[in-house]
Write a protein that binds this ligand. Structure first.
Ligand SMILES: [Zn+2]
Length: 331
């Protein structure tokens, strides 16, 4: 596992080719991997800029089980042409209920650092009916290891990663659900500081990786042998899991592919057959894109009169949702 603290990314990235921007708002599984690179990597050592996120195998297995159930639910919904049911399944198994106030705590870090991180996380909540509760402003909540606070942040694990939305609910209270490696010791500098917080918070709110969108061409553009070499600390399975295009079931609401999304990796040119010419070669995105913001509005609509616990007519969907909930809430 590579765990270098990234260097300050260049803010003078390459010109952005004029391509349609697309967005994937999705709910589902991401055992993430984040790699810093992009334009800045040319000026520095690409390997030194890499930072990974990962989940332990046991957790990944459970999440894959949840994913398999989502797949089954989607197949059922598709067979029955039950679009409303499909949406229900996804929304209720990975994203929080619209209007929810998600509780957050920190295992480490002083109040100043926690405030900085909270401020960045809150940028997401400006654009949908979803909120974070960090506790009193002058006494941001500390995780006690026993209370199952919704999102638990630690700086002590390896890499930057987060569970997807409500998948976090099945994690034992003693463990973090969102990790920002070394933020209390050697925090990333420059735009990378915000990037990791925004990216992992996006996962925690139910967003998938943008480069895995079914509308992206990243899978075709990757130089796969180079990708496997570059990520040699991961198994092939794990690389595929984080880099290959998502199955249709993993995507709820998908618009166009969005190169400006904070959910898109910034990878070194050598990961692509066409290097810097690849569509999926992007500089580090350090602010929410227009479509990132729209994603929140779609996932967490304001003033929705729809009951978040409406029951679909399709019994197979009801059963699948029940199974997924049981998995998520298992101790
Ligand atoms: Zn990620």
């Amino acid at each position: 596992m590579i765990g270098h603290t990234p260097k300050e990314p260049s803010q003078t990235g390459m010109p952005m080719p004029q391509v349609p921007v697309r967005l994937a708002v999705a709910a589902g599984l991401v055992a993430g991997l984040a790699v810093l690179g992009g334009a800045s990597a040319q000026a520095h050592d690409p390997l030194g800029l890499m930072m990974m996120e990962g989940l332990d195998d046991e957790t990944r297995q459970t999440l894959e089980e949840i994913q398999a159930l989502r797949d089954a639910a989607l197949a059922e919904a598709t067979a029955n042409n039950d679009q409303a049911g499909f949406e229900f399944v996804i929304r209720n198994t990975a994203t929080w209920e619209p209007g929810a106030i998600v509780q957050v705590c920190f295992f480490e870090g002083d109040q100043t650092l926690r405030r900085q991180i909270a401020d960045v996380m809150n940028e997401w909540t400006n654009f949908g009916d979803i909120g974070f509760d960090f506790g009193p402003a002058d006494n941001i909540r500390t995780c006690d290891g026993r209370t199952p606070t919704d999102i638990r942040i630690s700086f002590s694990g390896v890499g930057h990663w987060s569970y997807i939305g409500k998948d976090a609910l099945r994690i034992a209270p003693a463990k973090q659900t969102l990790n920002l490696e070394n933020y209390d010791d050697q925090p990333p500098v420059g735009g990378a500081f915000n990037y990791y917080i925004l990216h992992e918070t996006g996962h925690a709110l139910g967003l998938e990786h943008e480069h895995q969108s079914k509308f992206s061409t990243c899978e075709e553009e990757f130089d796969w042998p180079a990708v496997y070499r570059g990520l040699s600390s991961w198994s092939k399975e794990k690389v595929d899991h984080n880099m290959k295009r998502l199955a249709p079931s993993a995507s709820l609401t998908i618009s166009e592919y969005d190169r400006a999304s904070v959910m898109h990796y910034s990878l070194p040119p050598r990961f692509f057959k066409q290097g810097q010419q690849a569509t999926c070669f992007v500089r580090l995105n350090t602010v929410l894109s227009k479509l990132d913001k729209e994603a929140m509005a779609i996932a967490y609509p304001r003033g929705s009169q729809e009951s978040p616990i409406a029951v679909p007519a399709n019994q197979a969907l009801v059963d699948a949702v029940e199974k997924i909930r049981n998995l998520q809430e298992a101790p």
